[in-house]
Design a protein around this ligand. Structure first.
Ligand code: NCD
Length: 306
């Protein structure tokens, strides 16, 4: 059976567990021989939007598995001769064992998957979802909240920033909610960039809006910062960001609990000042590094029966 990874909703708990277990193995044994050395797989990256971490960590993951990469370049492709994206996907799927796609149009992956003979991995669809980021986010959070999960105490997770357009928030929120039932979610948004109801209407854990980081930092276990997604704020109504932008200052971080951790999917702007980089509560470098191990496990999972 061919499997895609298009969104968090279609992931089962069992699949997540398998991916995490394998990611843990890759994290602990980075020097094991490449899995696909004797029968190399070909993985294509098709990015219609800019990327550093997602693209590079997927490529790094593929190389570590012994797979080869084909990098589709939109600017020099037959799209310039008028070829449709559907035909491009059909074409690339003939040459590859998996397609990793990032595209600015929300919800497009389901449609594209109809044209692919091989698994498609959603590497970000506009302001929609980013399921592989969710997996690496939760993988990073896990060791820090394990002690709380085991006691069934409440875990307080606070998302900060552009919650309207931040696809990592949408997917990470959904994945945490799917896996645990002892979370309290708090949302601290930049001005009027509020989370669409679509992402909260089916949550099983309780959630609350808060006006500032200050009002919630004292009880937060995981603080998930995000940048304003400037490139997505294009229509005239939202062009004007009304209200306060949230910034994590040193003095705010000092008000957090001793075991609080701070994550950020990156890239950052000024919401996460560089003066905090060496604070042991900041785990975003560990988070980006985990991206390789988790993406190795994702590739491995999807390629295992192709
Ligand atoms: C994020 C993305 O592309 O959605 N970056 C990432 O994949 N690590 C976050 C962002 O661009 O702000």
């Amino acid at each position: 059976m061919m499997r895609h990874l298009l969104d968090v909703a279609s992931l089962t708990e069992k699949q997540v567990q398998t991916i995490f277990l394998n990611a843990l193995r890759y994290q602990q044994f980075t020097k094991q021989p490449p899995k696909y050395k004797d029968c190399p797989k070909i993985i294509s990256t098709m990015f219609f939007e800019p990327s550093t971490r997602t693209l590079m960590s997927f490529q790094s993951a593929a190389y570590r598995l012994g797979a080869n990469i084909l990098q589709y370049e939109h600017a020099t492709s037959s799209a310039k001769k008028g070829e449709t994206i559907e035909d491009t996907i059909t074409t690339m799927s003939q040459y590859s064992d998996a397609l990793i796609i990032r595209h600015p149009q929300e919800g497009i992956m389901q449609h594209l998957s109809k044209y692919s003979k091989v698994p498609i991995i959603n590497a970000g669809d506009g302001k929609g979802e980013h399921p592989t980021q969710a997996l690496l986010d939760v993988f990073t959070i896990l060791p820090y909240i394990n002690r709380i999960i085991n006691t069934q105490q409440k875990i307080v997770i606070t998302f900060v920033g552009d919650l309207k357009n931040g696809r990592t928030v949408h997917s990470t929120l959904a994945l945490l909610d799917k896996l645990y039932n002892n979370i309290e979610f708090y949302f601290v948004q930049d001005g009027n960039l509020i989370l669409d109801e679509w992402y909260t209407m089916n949550l099983r854990n309780p959630f609350y809006e808060k006006p500032s980081i200050e009002s919630i930092i004292g009880i937060t276990d995981v603080l998930y910062m995000t940048r304003i997604q400037k490139e997505r704020i294009t229509d005239l109504n939202t062009l004007q960001i009304v209200g306060k932008k949230q910034i994590l200052t040193k003095s705010l971080l000092e008000q957090s609990k001793p075991n609080t951790i701070v994550l950020h999917p990156l890239p950052r702007t000024d919401e996460l000042p560089t003066e905090l980089d060496n604070d042991p509560k900041c785990k975003f470098v560990e988070q980006m590094k985990n991206g390789v191990f988790v993406r190795m496990a994702i590739l491995d999972y999807l390629l295992s029966d192709t």
